[in-house]
Design a protein around this ligand. Structure first.
Ligand code: ZN
Length: 291
């Protein structure tokens, strides 16, 4: 722990209560895991009720923007048009698209088609065709608080194997959500997601994971989907992070487009799918804040 509070000091969480009546037992419990050699969260990763409420407001916009994309996405549309929709809807609702200008990213949303794994850049030249699968990854800043989620869209009728990849990837996220429990490990969740991908003959991207989110776009912890049970960070109530496995039909290997230094592709040119949710760890499981 990064603070040394006495029993009668005010709690670090801002509740205004004495430490001994607030988070002292909680910190003691975390310390036990730390002493056993586990990776444990810093206080900064544990959101206060006020922060959680503010992040939920940001999430509402993110959901509305993705709903809007869902209602309007169609064959013949360019990914530039998706970018326009995301920018207009987000700003109309009082938010700011978080990707815009983030580390130099030029657009308001990531649009990743077929063998693009993630970080596809919207363009007038990229037209959606019947049979394509596309991930639309939306992130919003609202009053300084961040939200992040993505969905897959099947354009018109797609090949059965593409549809299956999209569906199984969604199942992986649902299984992950069911395995977010306080006082267990991110690796426990990763392992069940990885198992479900594997039994369906798929692989999971290793290099890119999920992340904490809320006060920043990308926070600790790093969230892997290929780790072993009992490894990675301890989950405790108040943590907020994304579940967003990138699942490949073929090999897990990827490369980054040298032309734009952003877009990630599968090495073998086979399809990749991803769904992303933001979850809050609660006392007995988790709450999905954004999907
Ligand atoms: Zn407290």
């Amino acid at each position: 722990m990064n603070t040394k509070l006495e029993r009668n000091d005010l709690c670090w969480c801002g509740s205004g209560r004495k430490y001994k009546k607030c988070h002292m037992a909680f910190d003691d419990k975390i310390r036990l895991f730390s002493e056993q050699g586990h990776l444990v969260p810093e206080h900064e990763m544990i959101k206060t009720p006020e922060q959680i409420q503010a992040i939920k407001e940001s999430c509402k916009i993110n959901i509305a923007v993705l709903d809007y994309v869902s209602e309007n996405i169609r064959a013949g549309m360019s990914t530039e048009e998706i970018d326009k929709m995301v920018y207009e809807k987000t700003t109309q609702l009082g938010g700011i698209p978080a990707p815009l200008g983030f580390e130099g990213f030029p657009k308001s949303v990531c649009t990743s088609i077929n063998d693009q794994v993630c970080h596809g850049i919207p363009s007038e030249e990229d037209i959606l065709h019947e049979g394509d699968i596309i991930n639309v990854d939306v992130s919003t800043i609202y009053h300084g608080y961040f939200s992040d989620s993505s969905r897959m869209f099947c354009i018109g009728s797609v090949a059965p194997e593409a549809k299956k990849l999209v569906d199984v990837t969604k199942e992986c996220v649902d299984i992950g959500i069911a395995h977010v429990k306080p006082w267990t490990f991110l690796g426990d969740m990763a392992a069940v997601i990885n198992d479900h991908a594997k039994i369906n003959g798929y692989s999971i991207v290793r290099e890119i994971g999920g992340h904490g989110v809320g006060l920043q776009f990308h926070e600790e912890p790093w969230v892997s989907y290929v780790s072993e049970p009992g490894t990675e960070m301890l989950m405790v109530p108040g943590m907020i992070f994304t579940i967003e496995p990138m699942i490949n039909m073929g090999v897990p290997d990827i490369y980054v487009d040298e032309a734009n230094d952003w877009t990630v592709y599968t090495d073998d040119g086979q399809l990749s799918a991803q769904w992303e949710v933001t979850v809050l760890v609660t006392e007995d499981g988790c709450e999905v804040l954004c999907w």
